[in-house]
Design a protein around this ligand. Structure first.
Ligand SMILES: Cc1ncc(COP(=O)(O)O)c(C=O)c1O
Length: 389
């Protein structure tokens, strides 16, 4: 039911907005396809395939004061986060997932008639948040290899543009944005928001040159991070960001009291106290990303895009293989990956990097598809049916 009656209505921008569609849950996938839950391989939400640091569960189990609220100012948490990223704690705001900071920032800056410039394909929440706030999203084109095009981004700015949204590494294409590009965007004087949800997978050099350390010098730079991906804590919901000092009190006003739950406070401390363990996990995932990319590239019917995140974008390039056929093959094997509804990604899918066994399972499905495509090319009398199977 969209509306109650003529007099009682939600705001028009809420009625207009397309709800953000997260990756399908195990439960929903199993109910839809009939594949039992224990056979599923979930690679559709860029979660870590590995559990969090073992210190997290231990500390959560032994903590005895869940009857009390957490520190509303998150003083110790923000100090620990600040130490991790290398800025003063005054610049840090923590949140219930970084999604929440996107929502809050958008409400801080956007109203009807305002716009946000971003570069598709990118994280769809930026569009959802813009429409919700009553604003308009302006799409600046990327280069052919999906790299950010700084000149095109600057050319797309209008007088009413309040935010430039940059995702680095970009979900779902995996492109990293060098610091010099961010600096060029900062020169426009607009608020530049850099979403670094996947920066830990981009390599030590990228982490070291992250624009997050520029925040204290720039009045128009916000950098967002999360524990959802590299720390294996997506379910715990812990995001944070570095904000210019003048903006911090405004964003805090828009957050609810006790924004970050106590379990997430504890999980963050234990994670940051166990960085060598997490670094080894990141190393494993990056190595597996490279193996997954090589595996995908070895099949002639698709193109795999090089990625700096914990996911790989692929594009079906053989016209004999449709996306619904490809999807049906993956789903029959219990492999859940991400498909898109936008026309620019009509023949694409994004695979989260999993364990070596997950990559092997994907390779087995792709080998089957490859065999069938090869058989289709063979003389008619030996060719079996179709790939749809
Ligand atoms: C680019 C990007 N930013 C932010 C998020 C949300 O992260 P969080 O779990 O911290 O809300 C995601 C999650 O997929 C993402 O892909």
């Amino acid at each position: 039911m969209q509306r109650m009656n003529g007099r009682i209505q939600v705001r028009p921008e809420i009625a207009r907005v397309e709800a953000y569609v997260p990756g399908e849950s195990l439960e929903a996938f199993s109910a839809r396809t009939g594949v039992p839950m224990e056979r599923l391989i979930k690679l559709n939400s860029n979660e870590s395939p590995y559990p969090a640091s073992p210190r997290v569960a231990k500390a959560l189990g032994s903590y005895g004061q869940y009857n009390l609220y957490p520190d509303p100012d998150a003083t110790a948490l923000n100090a620990a986060l600040a130490g991790y990223v290398g800025v003063d704690p005054d610049y840090i705001i923590s949140s219930n997932g970084s999604n929440e900071l996107i929502n809050v920032l958008w409400h801080a800056f956007l109203g009807p008639g305002d716009s946000v410039v971003t570069s598709p394909p990118t994280f769809s929440l930026y569009t959802t948040a813009t429409t919700l706030a009553g604003g308009e999203i302006i799409m600046a084109p990327r280069r052919e290899n999906f790299d950010l095009d700084v000149a095109a981004t600057i050319a797309a700015l209008r007088d009413d543009t309040k935010l430039i949204m940059v995702c680095s590494p970009n979900n779902p294409t995996g492109n990293y944005v060098p610091r010099a590009d961010i600096e060029a965007l900062l020169e426009t004087g607009r608020i530049v928001v850099v979403d670094e949800a996947y920066i830990e997978f981009a390599g030590d050099e990228a982490l070291a040159e992250s624009p997050i350390t520029l925040v204290p010098e720039r009045e128009n730079l916000v950098v967002l991070r999360t524990f959802s991906k590299w720390a294996g804590l997506a379910g715990m919901r812990l995001g944070y960001g570095a904000f210019p000092l003048w903006l911090v009190p405004h964003v805090r006003k828009l957050q609810l009291p006790f924004e970050v739950n106590l379990a997430a406070h504890i999980a963050a401390h234990e994670t940051l106290a166990d960085l060598p363990f997490l670094k080894e996990r990141i190393r494993q995932i990056v190595a597996e990303r490279e193996r997954l990319t090589r595996t995908l590239s070895s099949f002639g019917f698709l193109r795999a895009y090089p990625s700096r995140g914990n996911f790989v974008l692929l594009e079906l390039t053989d016209p004999r293989l449709s996306l619904p056929e490809f999807r049906a093959r993956m789903e029959a094997a219990g492999i859940i990956i991400r498909y898109f509804r936008t026309p620019d990604l009509a023949r694409h899918a994004r695979i989260t990097v999993g364990t070596p066994e997950h990559t092997d399972a994907i390779a087995a499905v792709l080998t089957d598809i490859d065999n069938q495509l090869n058989a289709m090319a063979a003389p008619a009398e030996t060719a079996p049916a179709t790939v749809a199977g």
